[in-house]
Design a protein. Structure first.
Length: 200
């Protein structure tokens, strides 16, 4: 009985297991679908998503960027199966760094996570408290903001604490003092305090 199990049933079980575990594939074209969520697993709408072939010599496709919908979903229509690099951005969110995606199953979607402005800044604060200024600076520079917006100036004020170079610190103070000082007097006043800290 044991021999029957080993020679007949066991190979059948192994075949079933490996056939289920193997990746489904397709040839031709399909719709590459994905979802963008934030740190709370909330869908991120109106994020710009970019897609490019991982090997452009192999896949001569250049799809246009797409926007996520109300549910955080995006679709690149009619892409041939293959390997792609996905990235993206939205104002007041952490930039979506390039993600490798092997598009070989039309029934699956890729889920990409980013962080809101508030979550990214809080994360940077934690890194600064732990003495990881370089990592905090890298994180802060990865937040996408409108130039000269209050959020951008807020990031500049945090970057002061990540810089070791005195000239870079002076430049940050100058940015805070000069830009939108009438619309955002807080940053002009804060620049003075940073200057005092820098001169100590």
């Amino acid at each position: 009985m044991k021999k029957i199990f080993i020679y007949v049933i066991l190979p059948f079980i192994c075949f079933s297991f490996f056939s289920c575990a193997s990746k489904p594939s397709f040839t031709g074209k399909g719709d590459l679908c994905g979802l963008v969520i934030d740190e709370n697993n909330t869908p991120v709408k109106e994020a710009v998503i970019y897609c490019q072939a991982a090997d452009e010599k192999k896949l001569l496709v250049h799809p246009k960027p797409v926007l996520t919908n109300e549910s955080g979903l995006f679709v690149f229509y009619g892409l041939p199966s293959g390997d792609y690099i996905l990235s993206g951005e939205k104002n007041n969110f952490l930039k979506i760094e390039p993600v490798f995606y092997s598009f070989n199953d039309r029934t699956k979607i890729i889920c990409i996570q980013t962080k809101s402005f508030k979550a990214a800044v809080l994360n940077a604060e934690e890194l600064l408290c732990m003495g990881q200024a370089e990592e905090a600076g890298e994180l802060l520079r990865g937040i996408v903001c409108e130039p000269d917006s209050a959020e951008a100036l807020y990031i500049q004020s945090y970057l002061f604490y990540t810089e070791k170079n005195e000239a870079a610190k002076e430049k940050l103070i100058s940015v805070l003092r000069n830009q939108h000082s009438t619309k955002n007097p807080f940053f002009a006043e804060y620049a003075e305090k940073l200057e005092e800290v820098n001169n100590e």
